[in-house]
Structure formats: structure tokens, C-alpha cells
Design a protein around this ligand. Structure first.
Ligand code: FAD
Length: 390
């Protein structure tokens, strides 16, 4: 098979890139190691920056989003038993975030891809990438026991943190930076109305908590937990009691509980691989970087990488210019590191660390107290939360 761009991974970054390239008249094939149902069963992010919504519009997949998504003008930060609102819209001159589940973004992109008759090869096993230093890279995969080869101009590695793309590059060519946090997030999805219209980020003596949602009827809640915890130790009742104990009285009283429809523990990590281009292989999304979810940036960073990469490829084919391709890694990384900083800062301010003592807890409270009483500090948070410009 011959194509212009072979995309490895049908997560949000691979599917969005594929849809935009199709709009620009650039032929592409996606290879995904799982089946479509598995891809759609992963419950992950839910807060979209305006830049990502704009890209979904450009890709022609935002109709359902505009009908069903929840626009959010603000968030709340709770500490010392009180909630404080950060008015994102006023502080940023009108910018907001949109709550729409990653699963729904993925579903919309999958449906558009299938309606356009574009090739996605699911259940593609043993994907391997070859000849990225020449002009004709190849991607091989095994399907139903038979080995196939895709010959292309470029390979986009959109295959997440555990994918094959980053692993295909000699270790000496990649520099990695990493921070692993000494706790995880226990998340519960439930068909209950959200406790509040806006997200509540909670700093509490018992640990961090987050009240989030996917729709007006579906809530997503998290509590910070030790990494050694097993999800089987967390009955629904234990989870709801723990969450209530970390909320202010009004929220604890209002919280509607119900059976969990998904429950999992996610570790928190910051990770960046540099550069994001190796010859004719580009990395995008989680294949190149991971952020702890505290700043709601993982999915949005995947979208900003796709922004730079899709434009670079359009320039290459449309204007026969290498400039965008040559600048891709530096452009993407500049924004990646700012989101890494913000996600690290949110995580540091809101969680209890195992080694935190009285001094560090008072510094945390002082920082949060400063934040909610300073227009400048709230503006800095708001600008980052709604997303820095591309
Ligand atoms: C448990 C969890 C919870 C999260 N919660 C949040 C959140 O609340 N907020 C937030 O902003 N972000 C969150 N994130 C991060 C966010 O979901 C990711 O940043 C986003 O999915 C990145 O998209 P991606 O397409 O780059 O990677 P992925 O979504 O990981 O997609 C990669 C795709 O590549 C496929 N693949 C992997 N290896 C191969 C291979 N060898 N061959 C072919 N295909 C392959 C995978 O099956 C997958 O479909 C969460 C992530 C996880 C894991």
C-alpha cells in the first residue's frame, strides 16, 4: 500500500490529524493496534480548550459537540473548607473551556473518517517503522497472521506513551525529562447529576479531590490515593464517603451518589521526549509527552501538536516548503513545556505529598490564598487554563 502520511495510532491525535490532512487533500492511512470498541471504551479527558474546539470545527466534526457540550466560564478552587471562583471568561477577555468527553471527540472523529471512506486498519499487530532517514519510510504490520507494508512520505507517531514510534528511534537520539508523582487519582464515573455546574478543585488535609463532569447527567469525580491502592479495595460506598470528607459542607450535602459505571486508578507523571521529529518521523500527543491531569492539558496538548504538524504538512505539499516541517519540533515543544509547567504547578499546589510537613502545607495555603485574592495571579491561572495561543 502507498500513502502520503502513515499515522500510527487512532487516539484523538491520530484521528484529528488524519481528518485535517484529508481536508487538505493529503492522503493518509491510520494503523491502530486495538479494535474500535476498545478505543471507544477508554474514559479519559473531558475539558477542551477553545483552540481544540476550533480545530474540531475545521475538521468538520463539531456538530454534536455544539449541541451537547457544556460551555464553562469558570472553575472553583477549594481550600481551608471554602470555595473560591476563578472567572475564566472575565479574566481572559472572553475565553472559556468546553466540557465534552474525549470518548465523544473520538467517536465523532471515527464516524467522520468512516463516512469519508478513509482507511483505518484496526487490530494491526507488531507495527514497526523503517527507513525514516530516507525519502520513502515504511510501516509494517501484521493483520490476521499476514505481514503488510505501507510505503509513505512521512510517518506520524500518534501512538501514545507506550507506542512503538518513540521506541523506534535510537535511544541516543532522544532526550527525556520525567517526574513521577508519589500518588495516583482514583476516578469514578457515575450517571448522577454533577454536584456543581463548574469544576471544583479541592486542596484538603486528606488529599486532593476533583469534581468534574461529562454532561448534565454524568459526573466524573477523583480523589488522590496512594499508588499502592488496589481499585478492588475501593467500594462505591468507600469512594463516596472519602469524596464527601474532602468537600466543603454545602457540596458534601448536595452530592448525589450512585453506582459507579467506571472506576480506575491512574498514576500521575510529567514526561517530555525531545526532539519531536526524527528524519521523516514526527511524534505527536502522548507519544512525546505526558502531563498530570490536574491542569486538564493532556488532550489539549495532543491537539496543539496536531495543529503545528497538520500545517507543516499542508505547507510541504501545497507550497513545496520544508520550513514548517523543520520548525515543527521547536514550535510544538515551546507550547508543551508551558503546559508541563502549568500542570506541574497545579499538581504541586493542590496535592498532599507524602513528605509534606507543616511548613510546606502552610506555604501551599499561602499560595492559594494569594491566588484567590490577586487579580494578577488569577489571570495567570485563567490564561493557562483556557489554553495559551497556538
Ligand atoms: C487513565 C487516563 C486518564 C486521563 N485523564 C485525563 C484528563 O482528565 N484530562 C486530560 O487532559 N487528559 C487526560 N488524560 C490524557 C489524555 O487522555 C491523553 O493526553 C490523550 O489521550 C492523548 O491522545 P493521543 O492520541 O496522543 O494518545 P492516546 O489516546 O494514548 O492514543 C494512542 C493510540 O495509539 C494506539 N497504539 C499504541 N501503540 C500502538 C502500536 N504499537 N501500534 C498501533 N497503535 C498503537 C493506542 O491503542 C491508542 O489508540 C488521561 C490519560 C489516561 C491514560
Amino acid at each position: 500500500m502507498r500513502t502520503q502520511v502513515a499515522i500510527v495510532g487512532a487516539g484523538p491525535s491520530g484521528l484529528l490529524l488524519g481528518q485535517l490532512l484529508h481536508k487538505y487533500g493529503i492522503d493518509n492511512v491510520i494503523l491502530e493496534r486495538k479494535d474500535p470498541d476498545y478505543v471507544l471504551s477508554r474514559i479519559r479527558a473531558g475539558v477542551l480548550e477553545q483552540g481544540m474546539v476550533n480545530m474540531l470545527e475545521e475538521a468538520g466534526v463539531a456538530q454534536r459537540l455544539h449541541q451537547e457540550a457544556l460551555p464553562h466560564d469558570g472553575i472553583e478552587i477549594a481550600f481551608s473548607g471554602k470555595r473560591h471562583r476563578i472567572d475564566l471568561k472575565t479574566l481572559t477577555g472572553g475565553k472559556i473551556v468546553t466540557v465534552y468527553g474525549q470518548t465523544e471527540v473520538t467517536r465523532d472523529l471515527m464516524e467522520a473518517r468512516s463516512a469519508a471512506g478513509l482507511t483505518t486498519i484496526y487490530d494491526a499487530a507488531d507495527v514497526s517503522i523503517h527507513d525514516i532517514d530516507g525519502t520513502s519510510p515504511k510501516v509494517r504490520y501484521v493483520k490476521d497472521g499476514v505481514t503488510h507494508e505501507v510505503v509513505c512520505d512521512f510517518v506520524a507517531g500518534c501512538d501514545g506513551y507506550h507506542g512503538v514510534s518513540r521506541q523506534s528511534v535510537p535511544q541516543s537520539a532522544v532526550q527525556t525529562y520525567e517526574r513521577i508523582y508519589p500518588f495516583g487519582w482514583l476516578g469514578v464515573l457515575s450517571d448522577t447529576p454533577p454536584v456543581s455546574h463548574e469544576l471544583i478543585y479541592v486542596n484538603h488535609d486528606r488529599g486532593f479531590a476533583l469534581c468534574s463532569m461529562r454532561s448534565a447527567h454524568r459526573s466524573r469525580y477523583y480523589v488522590q490515593c496512594p499508588l499502592t491502592d488496589d481499585v478492588a479495595e475501593w467500594s462505591d460506598e468507600r469512594f463516596w464517603n472519602e469524596l464527601k470528607s474532602r468537600l466543603d459542607d454545602e457540596a458534601a450535602h448536595k452530592l448525589v451518589t450512585g453506582p459507579s459505571i467506571e472506576k480506575s486508578i491512574a498514576p500521575l507523571r510529567s514526561f517530555v521526549a525531545e526532539p519531536m521529529r526524527f528524519g521523516r518521523l514526527f511524534l505527536a500527543g502522548d507519544a512525546a509527552h505526558i502531563v498530570p491531569p490536574t491542569g486538564a492539558k493532556g488532550l489539549n496538548l495532543a491537539a496543539s501538536d496536531v495543529y503545528y504538524l497538520s500545517r507543516a504538512l499542508r505547507e510541504y505539499y501545497g507550497e513545496k516548503s520544508q520550513a514548517g516541517i523543520d520548525a515543527y519540533s521547536a514550535n510544538a515543544l515551546r507550547r508543551v513545556w508551558k503546559a508541563e509547567r502549568f500542570s506541574w504547578w497545579m499538581t504541586t499546589q493542590l496535592h498532599r505529598f507524602p513528605d509534606s510537613d507543616g511548613f510546606s502545607q502552610r506555604i501551599q495555603t499561602a499560595e492559594l490564598d494569594y491566588l484567590v485574592n490577586s487579580q494578577a495571579a488569577m489571570t495567570a491561572l485563567a490564561e493557562n487554563y483556557v489554553g495559551l495561543p497556538y
